[in-house]
Design a binder for this molecule. Structure first.
Ligand code: SF4
Length: 320
């Protein structure tokens, strides 16, 4: 590892020997907190319009939204063609395992119709992975790299309740237990700066994950987006968002706590457009934020794993 942390691009280079990029796909899923199963309003911070990565935006500007997975891949490939020739199909918005197995098979199969797709990344929730869905997902690992990305956000149930996640930490542990002995890579999403969480709470989340058998992590900063329930709480001054001066050392502390074999797929959330974003307004691009984190690690002369004590897990697992 020549970087101070194990980036996902490095992980992919280690596994494939060449650059591989993700193509985000919207396959038309919903979530149990949106369709009435667990509620209608979704997680308090979530605004579906914020699923607006450049590929989505460009794709939607063509007037097409819920169209075929295959077409979205062709469009994403065109946008990325100068960067790479192989891609991961990233089923990103909403809960991409929340449908019957027949439908799931149809959309995952469709992604793999393109021979340049060398892997599937499937974003989901810990309460939406019954064993038959895991069986299906694991079946793809025979032909490509397979990632399940679990939205957890925090290990603290009081926080999960506060942000209306609709699941608890026990459900997450159960999902990990049922996933980890399969040939599936596990990535976990966390959010820093959630309402009422202290630095100690956030570091506890990371320390707990560091001891679990996961392969990747995505670190996001909490953003207050217009038209969300979180925005209402923010207007009532129920909590504050993190400042950039708080975020940079916090992420650096987290990197030091994570075992070196966990690939860090994200150091900061997608910085949203100003017209959607209420707070925090850092006036920095994503790459400027990442660069500040890297400068902080250099200043401290610290590396990922420096403070990770459980060295028995400190080995790359030959899963793929
Ligand atoms: S599960 Fe994800 S997509 Fe669904 S409401 Fe929550 S944050 Fe939004």
């Amino acid at each position: 590892m020549n970087q101070r942390y194990y980036s996902f691009s490095q992980f992919l280079k280690d596994k494939f020997g060449f650059k591989v990029y993700k193509i985000p796909i919207d396959a038309g899923f919903t979530c149990p907190t949106r369709d009435g199963t667990l509620g209608y309003s979704g997680c308090t911070y979530c605004n579906a319009q914020s699923f607006s990565l450049p590929t989505f935006l460009a794709y939607r500007q063509t007037g097409r939204t819920k169209t075929s997975v295959y077409d979205q891949i062709q469009y994403g490939k065109k946008l990325l063609e100068r960067k790479s020739t192989k891609f991961l199909a990233y089923f990103q918005p909403y809960t991409n395992t929340y449908a019957d197995v027949k439908f799931l098979k149809k959309v995952y199969d469709e992604a793999l119709l393109d021979p340049d797709i060398v892997g599937l990344c499937i974003g989901t929730r810990p309460d939406c992975v019954p064993d038959e869905v895991l069986d299906l997902i694991e079946s793809y690992a025979k032909k490509c790299q397979v990632w399940l990305e679990y939205g957890l956000q925090s290990i603290h149930n009081k926080t999960l309740l506060r942000i209306n996640r609709g699941h608890n930490f026990a459900q997450f542990k159960d999902a990990i237990k049922r996933t980890r002995n399969r040939n599936i890579f596990i990535c976990v999403h966390i959010i820093l700066g959630l309402p009422d969480e202290t630095k100690k709470d956030m570091l506890e989340t990371v320390k707990t994950l560091a001891k679990m058998d996961i392969d990747g992590i995505k670190i996001h900063h909490l953003q207050v987006i217009k038209s969300t329930n979180l925005a209402k709480d923010f207007e009532k001054k129920e909590f504050k968002t993190l400042s950039i001066e708080e975020y940079i050392p916090l992420v650096s502390d987290i990197i030091e706590l994570l075992p070196p074999n966990i690939t860090i797929q994200r150091l900061v959330g997608e910085v949203l457009e100003d017209d959607m974003l209420i707070a925090p307004k850092w006036n920095l691009t994503k790459s400027e934020i990442v660069s500040r984190i890297e400068q902080e690690l250099t200043r401290r002369n610290f590396f990922q794993g420096l403070k990770f004590k459980n060295l028995k897990n400190n080995v790359l697992k030959p899963k793929f």
